[in-house]
Design a protein around this ligand. Structure first.
Ligand SMILES: *Cc1c(COP(=O)(O)O)cnc(C)c1O
Length: 488
């Protein structure tokens, strides 16, 4: 049995126990304390835990067992693709020649790494329908920022920098979109969705003008719905002199089917750590490459990876560039995984990704739509959004149902986003789950809906089976206890 409350490693400590002993050093030592300024020396020994190897292993295994990840169970977190990532890509990213290179190594000694980056850029150009790609940005949000700085530099180069201040963003957008626009100094204009959950073309037409800098959009949008008016939308923005930015964080609904380039977008970012085989959610590292059409290429960040004959190099000689957006390419391992993933899948494999992601989402939606309010009942792409309005009236909120799901061994879907759906539950099964898993999840959701109707208090007091029950999340965020007080 797993202990419910795993003690701190300090509480397991017994003086003199050792998990590992270093051999006697045969190198003459000097006394560090004599070398350092006296105010830097500690006055008493550090209170490090003293435990045996077995205690140490059990401690960390117990902590690891409390973690929920894809290797534990289903993870239907909409708008943040969390799919199974083939372990072979992890192995390849750990190859010595990839893992042990140094950022300041001369380019001629890192040709293989540069070749991989160059070829990955080429694949991503094809996948996005763009003319040039940079691998500099280390996350989706940083990719958005990079792209909007490029838009800004373009408008400035045209003498429009002072007038084109408005960034149009639909009300269903991911929160990073308005945050990015704000941090780049744009004024945000929210574009309302219509009753079908897609952008209102009339509202867009009313919003554009000589002050339009651009539109940030994802397609399919965060409701999992494809903007079928996309060519009209891009025409309206372009006619007004604005640029179109595609949020491609979750691209598993379009791979090998359609590209942002074909939809007339001018720039796009991808999240390699969502769609292309790097697990995410642990805070990094990620990779948010940005692709642009030819006319924006001079503004890309430097250095750019180039190929001349058989020689690969890093070139910083782009006078109109927005500059560096990141120190080095320390997130290189993410690129390696994406490269290995794209090469092993091939265009047909990527097409299957899309078809399976869309099929799985629609299957789950149909299984659940009689039990929950479904504000947008049409066929969805890779994800769909339900509303817990009906259950809220019966006495249990979406938050309560999300907590109850934990008792069934599932991670909760994204909740309360997108903001335009009341009590929203945003579900993305991804392409990598079996029918059995989808059915088990659907059965749990249906049982929860039925329990809300008969015994809502079972749901409102959930979770019952987890090692930690309901926390005061606000208190935990505002006043986190991050130090251990000895003797308490
Ligand atoms: C995850 C996500 C982002 C942000 O990506 P990060 O790497 O977390 O910065 C942006 N847009 C959408 C739609 C996303 O799902």
């Amino acid at each position: 049995m797993m202990e419910k409350n795993t003690p701190m490693i300090f509480e397991r400590s017994k003086a003199g126990r050792k998990a590992y002993s270093l051999p006697e050093s045969d190198i003459p030592t000097f006394n560090l304390a004599d070398e350092l300024p006296s105010h830097l020396n500690r006055e008493e020994a550090a209170r490090l835990p003293e435990v045996s190897e077995l205690d140490l292993m059990r401690h960390y295994t117990a902590l690891a067992n409390k973690n929920f990840g894809l290797e534990t169970g289903f993870y239907p977190l909409g708008s943040c693709t969390m799919k199974y990532n083939p372990k072979i890509n992890e192995d390849i990213a750990r190859f010595d020649g990839f893992a042990n290179i140094h950022p300041l190594q001369p380019a001629k000694t890192a040709q293989g790494a540069l070749q991989l980056m160059f070829e990955l850029q080429e694949y991503l150009k094809e996948i996005t329908g763009m003319d040039a790609v940079t691998l500099q940005s280390a996350a989706g949000a940083q990719g958005e920022w990079t792209a909007l700085l490029i838009f800004k530099a373009f408008h400035q180069a045209n003498g429009d920098g002072e007038t084109r201040k408005k960034m149009l963003i639909p009300d269903s957008a991911h929160g990073t979109n308005p945050a990015t626009a704000a941090i780049c100094g744009f004024d945000i204009v929210e574009i309302k969705s219509n009753k079908n959950g897609t952008i209102s073309v009339d509202a867009l037409r009313d919003a554009v003008g000589p002050d339009t800098a651009g539109l940030m959009l994802t397609n399919p949008n965060t409701l999992g719905l494809f903007e079928s008016d996309i060519l009209e939308i891009s025409q309206i923005v372009h006619d007004a002199g604005g640029l179109l930015y595609y949020d491609g964080a979750n691209s598993n609904a379009i791979l090998s089917k359609v590209t942002p380039g074909l939809m007339e977008f001018d720039a796009v970012h991808l999240n390699l750590h969502k769609t292309f085989s790097t697990p995410h959610g642990g805070g990094g590292p990620g990779s948010g490459p940005v692709g642009v059409k030819d006319f924006l290429k001079p503004f890309l960040p430097v250095p750019q990876v180039e190929k001349n004959g058989d020689i690969y190099s890093l070139n910083s000689d782009f006078p109109q560039s927005i500059g560096r957006v990141k120190g080095y390419y320390g997130n290189f391992g993410v690129n390696v995984r994406a490269y290995a993933y794209i090469r092993t899948m091939g265009p047909l494999g990527l097409k299957q990704v899309t078809e399976d992601a869309v099929l799985n989402a629609n299957y789950l939606k149909v299984r659940l739509q009689d039990y929950f309010d479904t504000p947008y009942p049409q066929v969805c792409k890779h994800e769909f959004v339900l509303s817990g309005k009906r259950q809220k009236k019966q006495g249990a909120s979406t938050r309560d149902m999300a907590k109850r799901l934990l008792d069934y061994g599932f991670y909760a879907p994204t909740v309360y986003f997108p903001l335009i759906v009341e009590e929203s539950l945003m579900i993305e099964p991804t392409e990598t789950e079996s029918k059995e898993t989808l059915d088990a999840f659907a059965d749990a959701m249906i049982e929860i809906a039925q329990t809300v109707a008969s015994e809502p208090e079972v749901i409102t007091s959930a979770p019952h089976e987890t090692s930690v029950r309901r926390l005061d999340e606000t208190l935990a965020a505002r006043k986190p206890k991050v130090t251990y007080a000895f003797g308490e």
